[in-house]
Design a protein around this ligand. Structure first.
Ligand code: NAP
Length: 340
């Protein structure tokens, strides 16, 4: 299966490393290779129809020299001319207009290529359009890595729990906020102090608003509401309150009632909302640290909770690998004539 990787930062490099690491497994299991035939960053690209060497690509990128040649035109234009099977889209999330990811993904789907992505913007803003386009063209759009990092939320719900009706879901979808709130509660530290600590540890950006104002959680929740509960919402429909105003006093008051404060995303009959909530200690949503968790209620299975690491190079590559394996399995079924 020939991959075009677009975006070669933390996640892109993690994917290249995972492709190298899982080479033997993929060949033994599926009798084929995952071949990276093109890779793009913001300025440069490398291309080889015989397959690029993943670890050499990573070493080249890390040496600061880019990936090879300077890109002569937009990635989307190059994707129209390139011969590949799967676009793996890993450019930065843009929650204003979803670009450049939206155009890249749309282009690949229009050219009848499967797409795997970790980029939240295109799905949080244009889920329905992209979903319909992929179905119309008979290709797959997979996006496990957009929500929950290594936590297998989307494929679990859409594949293993396909026959279930998910009636509601609640989750912690941002590890940075969870780290801040749990440190405040466990160590009795004020918000500003822990935020600075999170920035020093690399959990929070210099401009932390994307995390602490609930923007990241809201984009993930919009994706889940569409993908798992069949709603038709975008990021802009999510009611959103972040954690900036959570004081140490509020956290201590909650502790007196044997509760913790957590930034919870919830989808139920009442709508789609991200806001700080009190959670009883011991409840599946009272987890600490940078973990993510999703708690669902379904009509047959009842309550199901999934917990795992929400971000990171290897963790996100793991989610992308699960989507690539999903495509390999589908291809194997098609070859055996098991699926029409
Ligand atoms: N990091 C995580 O743990 C994680 C987890 C889940 C989802 N995600 C999502 O995955 C995506 C990638 O995250 P990341 O952490 O890998 O980001 P990153 O380290 O900032 O890497 C982004 C990559 O995209 C490239 N890029 C930027 N603009 C581009 C353009 N117009 N055309 C082609 N390439 C372009 C950058 O090029 P340069 O190298 O030249 O700057 C860089 O290689 C984001 O959407 C993020 O939200 C990340």
């Amino acid at each position: 299966m020939r991959l075009a990787l677009v975006g070669f930062g933390t996640v892109g490099q993690g994917v290249a490393e995972a492709v190298a690491m899982k080479k033997d497994f993929i060949f033994d299991r599926f009798g084929t290779d995952l071949k990276i035939v093109a890779a793009f960053d913001s300025m440069t690209y490398a291309m080889d129809p015989r397959g690029l060497k993943p670890l050499e690509l990573v070493a080249k990128k890390q040496s600061g020299k880019g990936l090879g040649k300077t890109r002569p035109k937009s990635v989307a234009e190059m994707l129209r001319e390139l011969d590949y099977d799967v676009l793996v889209e890993m450019t930065p999330t843009n929650i204003e207009n979803a670009e450049p990811g939206y155009t890249n993904i749309r282009t690949a789907l229009e050219c009848c290529r499967d797409v795997v992505t970790s980029n939240k913007g295109p799905l949080a803003l244009n889920y329905r359009t992209l979903d319909e386009l992929s179905k119309k063209n008979g290709v797959e759009l997979r996006f496990e890595a957009t929500v929950g990092g290594a936590t297998p939320i989307i494929n679990l719900s859409r594949e293993l729990l396909m026959a279930e009706k998910v009636e509601s879901m609640k989750g912690i979808l941002n590890g940075t906020c969870n780290f801040i709130l749990s440190r405040m509660g466990e160590e009795g530290l004020p918000f500003e102090y822990v935020l600075k600590e999170a920035q020093e540890m690399g959990y929070a950006e210099t401009d932390p608003s994307y995390d602490i104002d609930g923007i990241d959680s809201a984009s993930k929740l919009a994706i889940l509401a569409n993908a798992i509960m069949g709603l038709d919402v975008t990021y802009n429909d999510v009611r959103r309150t972040g954690i900036r105003r959570i004081t140490l006093e509020a956290v201590e008051l909650a502790a007196k009632e044997k509760k913790v404060i957590r930034l919870i995303g919830e989808v139920n009959g009442g709508g789609v909302e991200v806001s700080p909530r009190m959670v009883p200690l011991g409840h599946p949503l009272s987890i600490s640290g940078t973990l993510n968790v999703l708690h669902m209620h379904t009509d047959l299975a009842g309550a199901i909770t999934v917990t795992g690491r929400g971000a990171g190079r290897k963790e996100t590559a793991s989610a992308i690998m699960s989507d690539l394996v999903g495509l390999l399995k589908r291809n194997a079924c098609l070859l055996n004539g098991k699926v029409k």
